[in-house]
Design a protein around this ligand. Sequence first.
Ligand SMILES: [Zn+2]
Length: 317
Amino acid sequence: MGSPATLPVEDAACLFCPTAPWAEIGRGRDYEYDTVPDLFTLRRCTGCGLVFVAPRPGPAAMRVIYPSNYYAYREEEIERPLLKRFRDRIEGGKVRRYRRLVADDTAAVVDVGCGDGRLLDILRRLGPSGWRLAGIEVADAAARRAAERGFEVRTGDLETLDLTRWNGRFGLALVHQVIEHTRDPRDAVRRIARLLRSGGVLSVETPDTRGWDARIFRRGYWGGYHIPRHFYLFDASTLSRLLVEQGFEVVSVRSILSPAFWVYSVHNALADSPRLRRLAPSRLPHPHPPRRAGGRDSLPGCSTAATSIGTRRRHPG
Ligand SMILES: [Zn+2]
């Protein structure tokens, strides 16, 4: 990768307690794409426990830390039939839960970060036939494929896209493995809240810093860090706080397993060792672990890697 001599960076603070002290919990670099050699510091807010990267890549660094192959892999990976079947089964369970929460078989549904429309396709196959399905996707090629599959797609960055035409339209918004990538998760949630009608349901999935793999690999190798592309890392408490603050009522908190995080965590540890680097798999199951890795409702005795939250919009704002 042609990385610049110095990556443009900016400072960052806790979303909730900007003046609270923080503790450095670890450091790491881009073990997964090797886009830049820089080491990034993970800080945990001593006030609320939110984890954030600071300093972090600035807006001008996005083209560097999201290389062209970042999105290409996403589509290629979908072709593996066994994995696809596994994921479809997991997502099928989710569709049933969304249906119970939304209780409207003609609702409009939006998948924020819809990729090539894989989840929308599952919703079309397994959800009520009356659901009207739409997506938002930043990667052009993926967005085109989603549109070709017959979904209404807006292409662009959630943080800057003009979505006024969609305001108040949706009964269900899915925001899975997206908010940790945003520079301002509060603004992202606010923008998504506007898309929902009153009483609309928002489902958020994001890596969980309280999961056991997060604890084991806390000092920098955890796959959920996805260094340096995940700017904020939540747990059920900080995620709930963000949503309640934006007028949502939390109706469900679930833990999901993300096996891809485990593979990544081990890969990252190996990739960082000159002696063991050759053992690190050169082809990873998925470059962007959370979203496509699927998940699984918590198993007895197993801790988890990601948290999934369902919330209902309390009032228009
Ligand atoms: Zn805090």
